[in-house]
Structures are given as C-alpha cells and as structure tokens.
Ligand binder design. Structure first.
Ligand SMILES: *Cc1c(COP(=O)(O)O)cnc(C)c1O
Length: 409
C-alpha cells in the first residue's frame, strides 16, 4: 500500500495570503463602490527594463535559427552570464567568486527550499522569527521537525527578532548546524552590519555550522557600509552559501532567474568527520534534478549585468524606494513606529494602540480601504506588527498615504 510522506501533514498551512484575499473579497463585496489599495504583496509592478526585453527578444530569435539554436546545455548556467555576475556583483566589492561557484537557477525560492537536501536529517536548524516561510516549510517536508505546537515547530531553533534586539537575531544559546539568514530582511526590512554578520560567520566557523544567506534584496541597499554579500566577511567562504535573485533586482518574479553561490571552501562533514565540499554535492544534485534555465531568459538576465541594463534596473529600484519614503513619511506624520524602507522595499510597523496584527488589518481595510500583511503570518514574533511594501504604483502609494494620514489612532 502506498503511503504518503507524513511530514507534509505536519505543515501548518500558510493561510496568510488566502486569509488576506478572503477578507479583502468580503469587504469589497459589501462595499462595491470603495477602491481598495493593496500594499501587501511582495511582488513587483513595474515592467522589465528595455535592455532586458531586447536581450530576451535576441535570445528568442537565436532559438529560431538552426545555426544558433540551443538545446540541453550546462545545467549550472551559461558562462557568459556567470562571468558577468562575477564581474559586476562580486569583484567590485573585493570578493573573488569563481564562475564554477555560481549556479544559475529559476529563482531563490527554489534554491532556498532545495539546499537543505544536502544535509543530514538530524541537522539542527535555526530560523529567525519572523521569517520567510519557505526555509521552515522545506525543513518540515524533509522531516527535520516535530509537530506544529503553539505556532512553532518542535525541533527547530527559533531566533526571536523584536524591538529588544533591533530585529536582528542573536547567536543561539544551544548548538545549531544550519542557520538561515535573510538581509535585507523580508518581512522586517532590517539590514545587518558587517560587525553583526561577522559574529555569525565566526559562530559558524567555530561550530562547524553552515549559513544559508538569502540576499534577494541586496540591490535595495543604499548605505555603502552595509554588506551586500556575506562573502564580504572574512572567512565566510568556508561556511556560507548565498542566494540571489533577479526577481526584486530586475522585475523577474514572472520571468524567473536566480543564482546561488556555493564556494568550493564551504563544507559539511560525513560520519567520519571528513569534510565534504558543498559545491561538489550541489553540482551533483543539480545535475540530477535540474536541467537549466532557458537560454533566452539567460540572455535577458545578462543585460542586468551590463552598465546600461543595470542603470535601467536601478531607476526602477529608485522608484520603489521613493514609494518607501512616501509611506515612511506618512507613518511618521501620524506617529506610527516602524523600521525598514531605507535599504529595503519593506516597512515593518508597530500596530498602534496595541492592536493585534489581524485587528489592525481589519481596521485598515474598513476605515481607509488599504490592505497590508499582518505580521503574525510570519511567525509568533510578528504579532503586533504589520508589513507594508513599496512595490505599488506611485499613484496608489500616494492615495494610500493620504488615507493613512486620516486614520484615527
Ligand atoms: C522574493 C523573495 C525571494 C526571491 O524568490 P524568487 O524565487 O527568486 O522569485 C527570495 N527570498 C525572499 C525572502 C523573498 O522575499
């Protein structure tokens, strides 16, 4: 008799976005004449940069000619793209990443979820709270946790992020093997300094642990002192893997391209305590389970790593960051406390009057028809907080802020 992977039955089910959609629909059905503005989604709204579109089109043309047609090729990605990434993302920051340490993929969600496959089932995993749910759910599916009790999975180590520690996780009090970090953070918008990140790298080296570093929002960092890559920290190549994505950098959420950096020095240990390079294992894993990103998508992505294409993408990022400033100024003017919005597209606000995340959601939609994301949906420590995103269209952001200013708190 066929049996299911019962780990899937442990999943708490992410009702967050379904519940938001349901409440929004109910409100709209009762109030058909009201215009609801959505500042909740973590998806971009601006179109692809012109250079990227030209790259995609050129790639499509090549696919239509027998001389330039591309079939199965290397599943790690084309060298022209990996070389461009090496030169634009890393060398200018003093980080030398070899092209065979760069793996092109369809996105960071896939890789942050899949990478845990390389580690043993008894790996002790630490995740921040609040957290991007993918890291947690992938480990639940793999069987590294117990049941979901009181909003948390047994067996995981949660790193509380709250006002007390400025929403930056502290080193765990018990030993852990795998640490998931994300900076600039989704959902809080918090960034990490080099000194703070160095403490994590030192911890991982001392404890023979590995850090999975999600840098999906690095392009939003404006402060030159804030590290854009964990590899800017000495020794990180021995203990860290970094996930990057063009989703938020270049509007690729629907086009799909990410890249994962697995340094050759990064290792995990076998049962004889022998170090095994993660680069070799990941290469083997991808060769079996992944067959590469479409040629034309890689051609479009290449343009993001040219001066012209990058300038076009930066203009779009500046548009979102201006949105973030407009939202932040609006919140300040009515005395709502928040972090984020300066090196990140996310704004993490304290719900006024001690309201719960969901009560604040209801208040916003009922009183001013603005939809955001209740912090409680990202973990226990998110209760009493609320996430707004700057990915909306400018006119919507301006109207939403005008409405927020009329909020009675
Ligand atoms: C959006 C996002 C990503 C990027 O995911 P893709 O699969 O590349 O679209 C990765 N991590 C976090 C935390 C995100 O919010």
């Amino acid at each position: 008799m066929i049996k299911v992977n019962e780990n899937y039955e442990k999943l708490a089910g992410n009702y967050l976005f379904a519940e938001i959609a349901k409440r929004t629909k109910e409100y709209q059905a009762k109030n058909p004449d009201k215009k609801v503005i959505r500042l909740g989604i973590g998806d971009v709204t601006q179109p692809l940069a012109p250079s990227v579109v030209d790259g995609l089109a050129a790639g499509a043309k090549e696919m239509g000619s027998a001389d330039t047609f591309m079939g199965y090729r290397s599943d790690e990605g084309y060298e022209f793209l990996r070389e461009a990434i090496r030169k634009m993302d890393f060398l200018p920051r003093g980080v030398d990443i070899a092209i065979d340490e760069i793996f092109i993929t369809t996105g960071a969600k896939e890789d942050t979820a899949n990478f845990q496959e390389l580690f043993s089932l008894d790996t002790k995993v630490a995740v921040p709270d609040p957290v991007y749910p993918v890291y947690v759910d992938a480990n639940v599916m793999a069987g590294r946790t117990g049941k979901f009790v009181d909003g948390r999975y047994e067996g995981l180590v949660y790193l509380d992020c709250s006002k007390v520690n400025d929403f930056t996780p502290e080193l765990p009090k018990e030993p852990v093997d795998l640490i998931c970090l994300c900076f600039p953070n989704n959902p809080t918008g918090q960034v990490i300094t080099k000194d703070q990140l160095k403490r994590w790298v030192d911890y991982a080296r001392k404890n023979k642990a590995v850090i999975l570093y999600d840098a999906a929002y690095e392009a939003y960092i404006r402060d030159p002192e804030i590290p854009r890559s964990i590899f800017e920290i000495d020794g990180a190549k021995e203990v860290a893997v970094e996930f990057r994505s063009l989703s938020k950098t270049a509007g690729f959420t629907g086009t799909r391209l990410g890249y994962t950096i697995v340094p050759k020095d990064a290792v995990a240990y076998d049962s004889d305590n022998k170090p095994v390079p993660l680069n070799k294992l990941w290469n083997r894993r991808q060769a079996t389970k992944f067959n590469g990103v479409a040629y034309l998508i890689q051609k479009g992505a290449y343009e993001v790593f040219t001066e012209k294409g990058r300038a076009e993408c930066n203009k779009i990022i500046s548009y979102y960051m201006e949105n973030a400033k407009i939202i932040g100024d609006g919140l300040k003017s009515i005395g709502i406390d928040f972090i984020g919005g300066t090196n990140s597209p996310y704004i993490w606000l304290k719900t006024p009057g001690g309201l719960s995340s969901w009560d604040f959601f209801d208040k916003l939609i009922n009183e001013i028809q603005v939809v955001g994301t209740p912090g409680a949906g990202f973990g226990k420590c998110g209760e009493g907080y609320f996430r707004l995103t700057s990915f909306g269209k400018r006119e919507d952001v301006i109207s939403a802020v005008e409405r927020i200013k009329t909020l009675k708190i």
